[in-house]
Design a protein around this ligand. Structure first.
Ligand code: FAD
Length: 139
């Protein structure tokens, strides 16, 4: 098995209300354990940043489904790599909405104060994902 990590950015579509995000997180948490997928979904009411990790086939299959999902658009892969260990071994899909705390974390990896994953380098996106995990872990 090739353990793989994929991080992408996307934009909420006009069809999706912020309240419906919960249904996406629920679907991810229901579906991901069977596929052995873990990860994080970060959201600031406009943009998504998601990290998916697991077997390469499962990461790709799930990402292809996610790409077809009309609830978001402008999907851009920021980072894709083979990995030796997971960042989120115990989380089927951690969910973190933006807050003052996450905003402070974001500022460590970006020059602009308003979260915009499309402006991030892959390395910065990865750094942010790891730092957000620490934020969630200490909540
Ligand atoms: P079906 O359930 O058959 O749905 C087909 C299409 O209908 C979907 O692509 C979607 O466009 C639409 N749809 C489904 N449910 C709803 C709903 N409640 N409201 C409106 N439209 C809907 N899935 C995972 O398994 N793991 C993940 O980690 C994951 N992360 C996601 C992150 C984001 C930002 C988004 C937008 C979606 C995510 N999903 C995730 C959901 C994924 O896109 C698929 O909807 C899901 O995997 C079910 O796939 P399916 O082919 O069985 O679709």
């Amino acid at each position: 098995m090739q353990l793989t990590r994929l991080i992408y950015a996307s934009t909420i579509s006009d069809e999706l209300s912020v309240e419906e995000i919960k249904s996406i997180v629920k679907a991810a948490r229901q579906g991901n354990p069977a596929s052995g997928l873990t990860g994080l979904l970060y959201f600031n009411r406009r943009y998504f940043l998601q990290c998916l990790e697991g077997a390469r086939t499962e990461v790709n299959d799930t990402f292809h489904r996610i790409q077809k999902d009309k609830r978001h658009k402008n999907i851009v892969i920021l980072e894709y790599n083979e990995i030796t260990e997971r960042i989120f071994p115990d989380w089927s899909m951690g969910y973190l909405p933006e807050s003052n705390t996450t905003q402070t974390v974001y500022m460590r990896f970006a020059n602009n104060p308003i979260f915009n994953p499309y402006l991030m380098r892959g390395k910065s996106a990865l750094g942010l994902v790891k730092a957000l995990k620490e934020t969630l872990s200490t909540k």
